[in-house]
Design a protein around this ligand. Structure first.
Ligand SMILES: Nc1ncnc2c1ncn2[C@@H]1O[C@H](COP(=O)(O)OP(=O)(O)O)[C@@H](O)[C@H]1O
Ligand SMILES: [Mg+2]
Length: 331
C-alpha cells in the first residue's frame, strides 16, 4: 500500500522548471530518499507534498489525500522537519516543543505527555529544560525531529536531516530516524545530498537531477545496475598481449586503462579476484598494486548524470552560518 503517490508532479518558477514531471510512489513504512545536489528540486518537492507550495502541473496524494484539494487534511497527517534551523535559541527545548504543540493545536494536557515522549524518542529528556543555545548541532537537529512528531504524523518529511553535521553525529541521527520507522511505523520521506546517508538509511532512493528523477530503486539494485565490482590492478610490467589475455578471462567483463591502473569490471569481486590473481601469476605477470572497488552511489550518480555528487559536498559551515543569521534577524 502506498502512502505517497505523485503523477507528473511539476513546479515552475517563471521559466525555471524546478521539479519536472516527477512520478513515484512511497510504500507504507518505507524510508524513501531523494538524493541529489543543491538546486536539484528536493525542497520544492517536499514543499508541494506538505502543501506549502501548489504544483504548477501534475498531482500528488499523501495518505490518499490530494495535496491541493484536501490540503487541510494532508497537513494533519504530515510532519515536516525543514532544511533551515527553526528552533529558538533563547527558549529551552521544552519551551520550543510547547510552542510547536500550540501551532498544531495539541491540547495543553495532552501536549505535556507527547512532548515527554517525543523528547525521549530523540534522546533529549535530560536536556529538555536547558536553553537551546547550549545545545550542540546534533541536539538541535534532534529537537527539530521531535517537533515534527508532536501531532503524531503518519508521514514524516525530513529535508536534509543531517545537513552540516559531522559524520559521527550523522550516524546517531540515522539511528533515531530508523527507530521512528521501526518502532513507530512512521513512513519517512527524506532528502539528502549525502550518498552515504541515502545508502545506509533508505529502503529506496530516487536520484534527482535538474528536477527530474533519473533513477529509482533500492541502493543495492542501483549499485548492481552498474554491472558489478571493479578490480583495480597495477603491473610492474605488462605486454599488450598479456593484457589481451587478461581481457579474455572468463570472469572479466571489461578492462579500462586509467593512468597506470587497469580497471577490471567483474560481477562478483570477492570471487573473481582470487581467480584472476591466480591466472595472472601463471602468466608470470608481476602485480604492483591491487584493490577491490565496490560500486558506490557516487558511481551510480556519475553513470546517470555524468557528474560526481562528491563535487557538491563539503559545506559543513553552512548550518552555522544560517544559525548566526537567524540570531541576527531576531536581534
Ligand atoms: N521560490 C522560488 N523562486 C524561484 N526559484 C526557486 C524558488 N525556490 C526554489 N527555486 C529554484 O528551484 C530550484 C530547485 O530548488 P530546491 O527545490 O530548493 O532544490 P534543492 O532542495 O534540491 O537544493 C533551484 O534552482 C532554486 O534556485
Ligand atoms: Mg533543499
Amino acid at each position: 500500500m502506498y502512502v505517497i503517490k505523485t503523477d507528473k508532479l511539476t513546479k515552475r518558477f517563471g521559466s525555471l522548471v524546478a521539479v519536472d514531471h516527477v512520478s513515484f510512489t512511497v510504500e507504507e513504512g518505507e524510508i524513501f530518499g531523494f538524493l541529489g545536489p543543491n538546486g536539484a528540486g528536493k525542497t520544492t518537492t517536499i514543499n508541494m507534498l506538505t502543501t506549502l507550495l501548489n504544483p504548477t502541473e501534475g498531482s500528488a496524494t499523501v495518505g490518499g489525500l490530494d495535496v491541493e484539494k484536501q490540503d487541510g487534511k494532508v497537513r494533519k497527517i504530515v510532519g515536516l522537519v525543514p532544511q533551515d534551523i527553526t528552533v529558538d535559541d533563547d527558549l529551552t527545548g521544552m519551551e520550543n516543543m510547547m510552542l510547536q504543540s500550540r501551532l498544531y493545536h495539541v491540547p495543553k494536557d495532552v501536549a505535556r505527555e507527547r512532548i515527554k515522549e517525543a523528547m525521549s524518542l530523540v534522546g533529549l529528556t535530560d536536556a529538555a529544560n536547558r536553553r537551546v543555545e547550549t545545545y550542540s548541532g546534533g541536539m538541535r537537529k534532534r529537537l527539530e525531529l521531535a517537533e515534527g512528531l508532536i501531532h503524531y504524523p503518519k508521514v514524516l518529511f525530513l529535508d536534509e536531516p543531517t545537513l552540516g553535521l559531522d559524520v559521527q553525529t550523522r550516524v546517531v541521527m540515522w539511528d533515531y530516524i530508523k527507530r521512528l520507522r521501526d518502532e513507530h511505523k512512521i513512513t519517512i520521506f527524506l532528502t539528502t545530498h549525502y550518498m552515504e546517508e541515502a545508502d545506509v538509511l533508505c529502503d529506496r532512493i530516487a536520484i534527482i537531477d535538474h528536477g527530474k528523477i533519473v533513477a529509482l530503486d533500492t541502493p543495492q539494485n542501483l549499485k548492481d545496475s552498474l554491472g558489478g565490482d571493479v578490480i583495480e590492478l597495477e603491473f610492474d610490467e605488462a605486454t599488450d598481449s598479456q593484457i589481451e589475455t587478461l581481457k579474455t578471462m572468463p570472469m572479466v567483463k571489461d578492462v579500462k586503462k586509467i593512468g597506470e591502473a587497469y580497471m577490471i569490471k567483474v560481477s562478483k569481486g570477492e570471487k573473481a579476484l582470487p581467480e584472476i590473481m591466480e591466472n595472472l601469476l601463471k602468466m608470470k605477470l608481476r602485480i604492483g598494486k591491487v584493490s577491490l572497488v565496490k560500486p558506490s552511489l557516487d558511481q551510480v550518480y556519475l553513470e546517470y548524470t555524468g557528474r560526481s555528487l562528491r563535487e557538491t559536498r563539503g559545506e559543513t559551515g553552512e548550518i552555522w552560518r544560517r544559525m548566526r543569521h537567524m540570531r541576527r534577524v531576531r536581534g
